[in-house]
Design a protein around this ligand. Structure first.
Ligand code: AAL
Length: 427
């Protein structure tokens, strides 16, 4: 019996010894075999660096040209908008998403037409704006090709004091729900820049995209309570229909030490006039500036533009709440308002976006601050497959880079560092 156990013990030992050696040999083989020249479409079963792990796990495909969430952006000047030769007295900015109704495209936007360009909060008056979006009304335009637009007129005028939005109405977006149209917008009741950029969101509704619009004069998305992240500003309201409800994304700015931090929240309602219930996980996107989202595949995709660690990414949330980075992109449209054909259909197969309007800020420098609307094109769509939109390299004229030049303080710092080195070298 003992002999038998002894024999089995030796047997086990030998099996373990051989297995281990085979394992070692395999490991050795794996180590020495270099990553293949033909790039594996699927994640290969071999040791990978952190970067390669991420490349296979994080994105929809390991190459940008196969990644439905990767795109480049192309820009085209719009026709049909005049702006007093860019003297800063007229601005058009923060376009809504574009919708198609009555055989044409519609867009709404912030319009300022003031005797002088913005002069900062301290120099602002009842007619001189503090900021580019101060003393504004909401206008709309239509188009049949998306390139040439006809400015139709004012949609929402700022109401008489003390109604919400009496100082300025701006940064609107559109919802179509059960045959009616709803414009949500920032309603300023103090001059932007006096304390911060503080405002709540209100809503007007109409039976047709051409109006007339009925103002509710109500705070439909109120600021958070004192001490909460969105206590001062609710910006960029952006409604979509998802899971049979109205998903209202918005941005707020907070902290301020040393700079404001900008993040995006979500509020959900069963009715366009509310109540909107803020999501307990807010902020749901830890970055971005203006809100740009659209139904994509079975969830919601977001362009995360300008602010935060994850600026210049396209993100995706299956549930509309928990967003993940799906691509890193360049030259993103600012304040993008895409054409989203299925924004209100509660789709479970979102087709994505191929174009929209956005704005260029700070046109003509600090004395003539204003923004202009532009068109952007992209391929974040299940319906087109445009290889030109999947190229990663973007080259700018040297001028674009030199405009991001060093300031005087930075030149001084560099001179001091040079001096220190020269002194060290005994020169
Ligand atoms: C924009 C938006 C909001 C801000 C201001 C006007 O880009 O984020 O609308 O209040 O700037």
């Amino acid at each position: 019996m003992i002999k038998l156990f002894k024999g089995a013990g030796i047997g086990c030992f030998l099996v373990m010894f051989f297995c281990q050696n085979i394992g070692l040999a395999q490991e050795k083989k794996q180590e020495t075999k270099a990553f293949p020249f033909i790039f594996p479409k699927e994640k290969p079963n071999r040791p990978l660096s952190a970067s390669m792990e991420r490349n296979y796990d994080m994105y929809a495909a390991p190459r940008p040209e196969h990644n439905d969430f990767f795109t480049r952006f192309k820009y085209t000047e719009l026709k049909g908008f005049d702006n007093n030769n860019g003297d800063g007295t007229i601005t058009r900015r923060d376009p809504s998403k574009v919708i198609f109704e009555n055989g044409k495209y519609y867009v709404w936007y912030t319009k300022r037409d003031t005797p002088l360009p913005p002069r900062g909060a301290a120099k602002s008056t009842d007619v001189i704006p503090s900021a580019d979006w101060d003393l504004c009304d909401i206008w709309y335009a239509t188009s049949t090709d998306g390139f040439t637009w006809k400015e139709e007129g004012v949609a929402i005028k700022r109401p008489a004091k003390p109604n919400v939005g009496w100082r300025s109405v701006s940064t609107t977006d559109i919802l179509k729900w059960k045959g009616k149209f709803y414009l949500y917008y920032q309603g300023f009741m103090e001059t932007s820049g006096k304390r911060g950029d503080d405002c709540p969101v209100t809503v007007s509704y109409a039976d047709s995209p051409d109006g007339p619009w009925t103002a509710t004069h109500k705070l439909v998305i109120p600021n958070g309570a004192k001490g909460e992240w969105d206590q001062y500003s609710i910006h960029d309201p952006y409604p979509l229909v998802h899971n049979g409800k109205i998903y209202m994304y918005y941005k707020s700015d907070f902290d301020g030490n040393p700079n404001l931090i900008r993040m995006q929240g979500l509020a959900i309602a069963d009715d366009p006039l509310g109540p909107f219930k803020k999501h307990p996980l807010n902020p749901v996107i830890a970055g971005g500036h203006e809100t740009t989202l659209f139904p994509y595949k079975t969830g919601i995709a977001a362009l995360v533009i300008k602010d935060g660690n994850e600026h210049y990414t396209v993100q995706y949330a299956e549930d509309g709440v928990n967003f993940h980075i799906k691509s890193i992109v360049g030259l993103m449209p600012v304040a993008a308002g895409p054409f989203v054909p299925d924004a209100f259909t509660d789709t479970k197969d979102g087709k994505g976006i191929t174009w929209g309007l956005s704005h260029f800020n700070w046109v003509n420098g600090p004395d003539r601050v204003h923004a202009i609307l532009t068109r952007f094109d992209c391929d974040l769509s299940q319906e087109i497959d445009d290889p030109v939109m999947k190229k990663t390299g973007i080259y700018h004229a040297p001028d674009v880079h030199y405009r991001q030049g060093l300031n005087l303080r930075q030149r001084e710092r560099i001179a001091k560092m040079n001096q220190k080195l020269l002194e060290g070298a005994g020169k």
